[in-house]
Design a protein around this ligand. Structure first.
Ligand SMILES: C[S@@+](CC[C@H](N)C(=O)[O-])C[C@H]1O[C@@H](n2cnc3c(N)ncnc32)[C@H](O)[C@@H]1O
Length: 223
């Protein structure tokens, strides 16, 4: 039995009873992800885990994607940053427990930062870290995947941001409500956000943002 903190599959009996909180072990995570191996190694393939816990699946997906980013773009810092941010921005999660959401974001950030520092040492750029933090803040949501609302005193519809690369270094952000995406996908029986060439339902965004440089995505909230 594995006994490291990260591999602990149960936090407490209360949390198991209240939230069904039993984590998937690394071995099982890898076996399941291997069923869709090519997708886990496609830098921009989008994954959503609606009960992500502390991120056992999402962290492994990010590790896999970043290995591909390093193999292809590890020699150029700008390209590495651009594609690493794309990898991060394609990973989404929801959890009903706030501490899990925080931990999930921290684990994902830690994986990015560890690799970034290992490759580029004192040449790393804090703007890049800030973009990664900002995207994780938006993509990993403290919410209820059943009510489709955020948690907290003032629940609001869950909104996901789609991040699409444009002309190399620019990112286009469009926000969609989760319920809008699910409703229309169910009616049309078409996949969401598919980039594999099949027919897709094209949803209407709640909000569109001007293009921003991938190192400046966080600036939108500063104005
Ligand atoms: C069985 S654990 C699985 C965690 C992770 N997916 C894994 O496999 O390691 C279930 C997680 O779902 C969360 N959860 C339970 N009900 C939820 C809901 N309605 N919406 C979002 N998350 C929920 C719990 O907080 C817990 O972290």
């Amino acid at each position: 039995m594995v006994s490291t903190k990260q591999e602990k599959q149960v936090v407490s009996r209360r949390r198991v009873a209240d939230h069904g909180e039993v984590y998937t072990s690394k071995r099982e995570v890898n076996a399941m992800l291997d069923l869709v191996k090519s997708e886990t190694e496609r830098i921009d393939s989008r994954f959503l885990e609606p009960a992500c816990g502390t991120g056992n699946f999402l962290t492994e997906i990010l590790e896999r994607k970043l290995r591909v980013v390093e193999a292809r773009y590890g020699k150029s810092q700008l390209d590495y940053e651009r594609y690493a941010i794309l990898a991060v921005s394609s990973i989404y999660g929801i959890d009903i427990q706030e501490d899990n959401v925080q931990q999930c974001r921290q684990r994902l950030f830690g994986i990015f930062d560890l690799n970034y520092l290992r490759l580029f040492k004192n040449k790393t750029n804090d703007n890049c870290r800030e973009s990664v933090r900002y995207i994780l803040e938006r993509n990993i949501i403290h919410g209820d995947a059943l009510s489709l609302k955020t948690m907290g005193d003032n629940p609001k519809p869950i909104v996901f941001s789609e991040w699409s690369p444009v002309n190399g270094s620019m990112l286009k952000r469009r926000d969609f409500t989760f319920h809008g995406l699910l409703e229309h996908a169910a009616i049309k029986e078409l996949p969401l956000f598919s980039d594999l060439g099949e027919d897709v339902f094209i949803p209407t965004p709640e909000k569109e943002y001007p293009l921003s440089h991938f190192l400046e995505v966080a600036d939108v909230d500063k104005h």
